[in-house]
Ligand binder design. Structure first.
Ligand code: NI
Length: 384
């Protein structure tokens, strides 16, 4: 275990030093492929510019998948770590370096037990998670059609290192992104009666959205609406022709999501009309909420406890995760890995405690190993 830990720390530090932003994970992809090849793990050709697929086992069903993400963020690192990012303005501030290293560690451990696997483990090294553009292209390759269950992890700086957060049901939100363009009519700041100023209209829309959207959704169902950007005007004495509002809607179910989207569109349209403006509302595509399967969450918690790992009931989060796309296809479980209390995800001082890398790798390998045993057992049951 000590040897594995040392090996994984070296891999983790290398990833951390060389972060790459979404869609540009070229070096990262090459490194992953090189490690897997060195360890004798078979690669599956993935027809995408970045990312990798591999498998342990001989392609027999059942197939359980372990997924991790590769991309970093456009953040200037301020951790002061010896292995801090060497790329200006780019940092692994969301722990994806930790995720990749843990899945690589699980690959090493599973490779040692390959002949005893009761099926196949597919390893997904997914690009572009931060921009929600990675999971769908990977799924569209059709290379995951035989997968029966999906597992993924995410670092959590609010949980102590050495503890896992596991919960059934909705654990991460649908991260909708909306943009509202309000059209008025520009003119002289001294003559508002001869123009239609979109700025007070935009301000009213922003305030109304903050109240109306959560007001349409049951208080027992989490919902967040944040207007995060307002842009209008170029001069102090010129009424601009338009204003732009941007923000995010976070919901935990498709029903609430639909209600939220409808409410945003209606408020924008009607409020704009009341001010003599018009509004154009656009929603950009976003993954659904991450909903963990109850049986698989319980199985993951039991597996962790049997390895002596502490498990807590994870707090749901309103952050989004495109791991949700895999769960649209098949059941699975998304698990939070405590990596030490510290600044939050996406913070310039975020750091994941590498001391729990080998423990996380062991947990992941044991989880899928036991799931394959369990699934193949129940398949036999059905046949007889
Ligand atoms: Ni992340």
């Amino acid at each position: 275990m000590k040897q594995l830990q040392e090996k994984l720390e070296a891999i983790f530090q290398d990833f951390h030093r060389h972060p790459e932003i979404s869609g540009k994970e070229f070096r990262t992809t090459e490194k992953i492929k090189a490690y897997l090849t060195e360890w004798g793990v078979s690669l599956i050709s993935l027809p995408l510019p970045t990312g990798a697929l591999a498998q342990i086992g001989f392609g027999n069903r059942p197939v359980a998948a372990l997924r991790c993400d590769l991309d970093a963020l456009p953040v200037q690192e301020e951790t002061g770590l010896l292995y801090a990012s060497e790329v200006p303005g780019c940092m692994h501030a969301c722990g994806h370096d930790f995720h990749m290293t843990s899945v690589l560690g699980a690959a090493l451990l599973l490779k040692e037990r390959e002949s005893r696997l009761k099926g196949t483990v597919r390893l997904i090294f997914q690009p572009s998670e931060e921009v929600n553009e990675g999971a769908v292209p990977v799924l569209r390759t059709g290379l995951l059609e035989d997968v029966s269950e999906y597992y993924g992890i995410h670092t959590d700086p609010e949980i102590e290192a050495g503890t896992l957060g596991i919960r059934e049901g909705a654990v991460m939100a649908c991260p909708d992104h909306f943009q509202i363009r309000i059209h008025g009519r520009g003119g002289h700041g001294a003559q508002p009666h001869l123009s239609v100023n979109p700025i007070p209209c935009a301000a009213s829309v922003a305030l109304a959205l903050q109240q109306a959207v959560p007001g349409k959704i049951s208080p027992f169902s989490p919902c967040v609406l944040s207007v995060c950007r307002i842009q209008a005007g170029d001069a102090w004495n010129v009424i601009p022709g338009q204003a732009l509002l941007e923000g995010t809607l976070r919901t935990m179910s498709e029903k609430d999501r639909a209600t939220g989207i409808l409410t945003i569109r209606e408020i924008a349209e009607h409020m704009a009309k009341a001010w003599g403006c018009t509004a154009e509302t656009v929603f950009f595509s976003a993954p659904p909420p991450v909903v963990n399967n109850a049986d698989l969450a319980a199985f993951a918690a039991e597996t962790a406890q049997s390895l002596g790992i502490r498990v807590i009931q994870q707090e749901p989060s309103m952050i989004g995760e495109d791991f949700a796309e895999y769960l649209q296809e098949k059941p699975g479980c998304f698990i939070r890995v405590g990596t030490g209390i510290g600044p939050g995800l996406h913070h310039s001082k975020f750091r994941a405690d590498p001391s729990v890398l080998s423990g996380t790798a062991e947990f992941l390998s044991e989880l899928v190993f036991r799931r394959l045993e369990k699934m193949s057992g129940s398949q036999h049951g059905k046949e007889s």
